[in-house]
Design a protein around this ligand. Structure first.
Ligand code: ARG
Length: 270
């Protein structure tokens, strides 16, 4: 199968103020030291990599006191130039929602300030046909309904059951228009059946690869940028004609995120 790369537009946030000073997912341990300088250097390599692949990357200014703001994927969901803002479950991240929304508003995007919890592309992943929507740990069903109404795409709710994979983007990744990879163990039995029906040819990922955030990947249709430790996924991707590109984001892993978490896709009007 011939794979074609499509240039994307991303929004990223330099981890200038990155730290693990609270724990809101099982990966975060405030007792473990964080090297912010190293986090910035690793993030810079991801940023340069995207530019080298021909993507456009906009930057939002990091805000002091918001150590998780580097995980830009959680800041909003953008479909056809319409921006659904994020509303965070945890008070520690609440101020990130307005900060991201303001970035888009100032640039003339149509924005919607949400009433219900949705953590942006952490839980809302767009395929050609659907908006796949995770719930169970962060985003809620009412937030999915709000996303469907404002973004005008059919929502498929998916129940996450393993706290290690608390956001949909840690358990499932969109590789191409209607092609995905996922770790079945992260989902409820019913949601696993839904995924089998929607994506009978999905690439299934092993627990060992999911645990190193191998699913927290960013595909442009050809290159799949993912954590370098996820060697099993990389081999499976290569067999399907993709070009996996491994990166080391070990410091950002300490906050419970990786490649996709650091990358918010800006989908402009067709
Ligand atoms: N510390 C952040 C949190 O727990 C990590 C967010 C990771 N982002 C993501 N898109 N999964 O909310």
């Amino acid at each position: 199968m011939t794979r074609v790369a499509r240039p994307r537009r991303f929004l990223m946030c330099r981890p200038t103020h990155f730290d693990v000073s609270y724990a809101i997912n099982p990966w975060m341990d405030p007792a473990k030291p964080v090297d912010t300088g190293l986090a910035v250097a690793q993030w810079e390599r991801l940023y340069e990599l995207y530019l080298g692949l021909g993507h456009r990357v906009d930057l939002i200014d990091p805000v002091p006191g918001l150590p998780d703001m580097v995980y830009a994927a959680n800041g909003a969901t953008v479909v056809g130039g319409r921006v659904l803002g994020a509303r965070f479950r945890n008070a520690e991240r609440a101020a990130e929602g307005p900060a991201y929304l303001e970035w888009f508003r100032a640039r003339g995007f149509a924005v919607h300030d949400p009433l219900h919890v949705n953590e942006g592309e952490g839980d809302l992943l767009l395929t050609g046909r659907h908006l796949l929507a995770g719930r169970g740990f962060r985003s809620v069903s009412a937030g999915h309904a709000e996303a469907q109404e404002f973004l005008r795409r059919p929502v498929i709710g998916l129940d996450l059951v393993d706290p290690r994979f608390y956001h949909l983007d840690t358990a499932l990744s969109v590789l191409d228009t209607d092609e995905v990879m996922y770790y079945p163990g992260a989902f409820s039995e019913g949601s696993r059946e839904v995924l089998r029906r929607l994506f009978p040819d999905a690439l299934l990922v092993e627990e060992a690869d999911a645990e190193v955030f191998g699913l927290n990947a960013m595909s442009d249709g050809l290159h799949v940028v993912l954590p370098e430790a996820a060697t099993g996924v990389a081999a499976k991707l290569r067999a399907r004609g993709f070009r996996p590109v491994g990166v080391d984001l070990s410091e950002l892993f300490k906050g419970g995120g990786s490649v996709k978490c650091c990358t918010l896709e800006i989908r402009e009007p067709a």
